[in-house]
Design a protein around this ligand. Structure first.
Ligand SMILES: Nc1nc2c(ncn2[C@@H]2O[C@H](COP(=O)(O)OP(=O)(O)OP(=O)(O)O)[C@@H](O)[C@H]2O)c(=O)[nH]1
Ligand SMILES: [Mg+2]
Ligand SMILES: [Zn+2]
Length: 395
């Protein structure tokens, strides 16, 4: 998996403690992944038996509905024939397991399918029909938790290489805390984050808000994150240099687009000539009605190469990295201080001789990023944290 061109910690000392914590993290991560593999439904691809006589074939889930999904043929890994779409249902024998999951499959999943038999046909459909027999373990995943049933996890999409974190400067106003939360998710899944700030046209010249945005963008860039500022609905936006730069970043990769409703995710994707043009409500009023224009995630092939997953706007999602070590690791500017505080288990909250807090005080770590860290650390632990998971406090 390719890494962004420049990362903050590249030039930093890869100290013993850093290596040590990296190992601990890997081990913990392995544990949480192993629990995903408890059902017969999840089978590594190396064990798939694709024999042509049974008509078995590998496919990619491109859209998920309540009772069925759409899948596209994927003979070679990475070559998804998005114009060869099948209506897929899950083989009945798998339907009792995995209750903790809201969906059995999600967009981006690699699945093993076979053509449906006569008595398995779901309904009259123009499309050929198939049964999903196995799911490949997910390489990466974007998940969120249902606030009413926090033990249930809803995986929004899987196996993406990159995460485009989309926000608009205004209408709705950018939530920096949400961006930080997404960045933690990307770091923890080890996927490349791309920050896209849209609706540049709504920024007033010389406003204090504009200056604040510039300062925050500068901090993200200094951490090695790419930030693209654009106006997706501008005339000639497809030919804009920012659009071209972004197109180059999307090429050859699978990128999920995520962010609040109404920030312009679908409008941006439409600039890249997707196979299917995404619906966009021209009326800004959708923001006030709280309606989502995109109602389910879909997998799209771009004209210039690469695939994107357009997701409906979301407000919150689950963060796995709720231990101080893991969370510190996901705030890249804190990595150099891992294991250097006086207390081995330092949470960097109120402990004496904390190197992270010292770095905040000396200005090495920005105060608002540190506040985001505190919000995530204290807000995602314990029962209270589960409900607080919903409201992203603005640092
Ligand atoms: N002023 C301004 N409006 C924009 C811009 N880009 C998109 N819009 C408008 O913002 C509204 C929402 O855009 P969408 O692309 O549907 O947003 P979305 O993020 O896909 O929203 P959901 O599908 O609900 O999650 C539409 O009315 C767009 O026309 C922009 O750069 N500037
Ligand atoms: Mg949309
Ligand atoms: Zn500390």
């Amino acid at each position: 998996m390719s890494k962004p061109p420049h990362r903050f910690w590249d030039e930093d000392d890869k100290s013993d403690s850093f290596e040590k914590y990296s190992k601990i993290r890997k081990r913990e991560k392995g544990k949480s992944r192993a629990s995903d593999l408890t059902t017969k439904f999840e089978v590594p691809e190396s064990q798939w038996e694709i024999n042509d006589s049974g008509g078995y074939f590998a496919a990619r889930v491109v859209e998920v509905h309540k009772r069925y999904a759409f899948v596209s043929l994927e003979a070679d890994l990475g070559t998804i024939k998005t114009n060869d779409v099948w209506l897929a249902t899950i083989a009945r024998k798998h339907l009792t397991a995995r209750r903790e999951q809201r969906n059995f499959v999600c967009v981006g999943d690699r699945v093993l399918c076979r053509p449906a038999l006569e008595d398995e046909l779901a309904s009259t459909s123009e499309l050929p029909q198939c049964m999903v027999e196995a799911l490949a373990p997910r390489r990466t995943r974007l998940a969120r938790r249902d606030p009413m049933t926090p033990e249930r996890e809803h995986v929004l999409c899987s196996n993406v290489d990159q995460l485009a974190i989309v926000a608009s400067f205004l209408m709705p106003q950018v939530k920096w805390g949400l961006i930080d939360r997404y960045l933690v998710l990307a770091e923890s899944e080890e996927i490349r984050p791309i920050i896209v700030l849209n609706k540049r046209d709504l920024l007033e010249e010389d406003s204090g808000f504009r200056a604040k945005c510039a300062e925050r963008i500068g901090v993200y860039q200094s951490l090695g994150y790419e930030v693209y500022c654009m106006q997706a609905n501008a005339k000639g936006a497809t030919r804009d240099s920012v659009t071209k730069e972004l197109a180059a970043v999307l090429k050859g990769k699978i990128t999920a687009f995520s962010g609040h409703s109404g920030v312009g995710k679908s409008s941006i994707i439409n600039l890249f000539k997707p196979e299917l043009v995404q619906a966009v409500e021209p009326d800004e009023e959708i923001l006030y009605k709280g309606r989502h224009t995109t109602s389910y995630a879909s997998f799209l092939k771009l004209g210039g190469g690469g695939y994107v997953i357009d997701t409906p706007g979301i407000r919150s999602f689950l963060i796995r990295e709720d231990s101080p070590i893991n969370l510190t690791h996901c705030f890249v500017e804190m990595r150099p201080f891992l294991g250097k505080c006086a207390f081995r288990e330092c949470r960097h909250v109120d402990e004496p001789n904390c190197m992270v807090m010292a770095a905040v005080e000396s200005g090495k770590i920005s105060g608002w990023r540190y506040k985001s860290y505190l919000g995530l650390l204290l807000g995602t632990t314990g029962r209270q944290g589960r409900t607080r998971d919903l409201a992203v406090e603005e640092p």
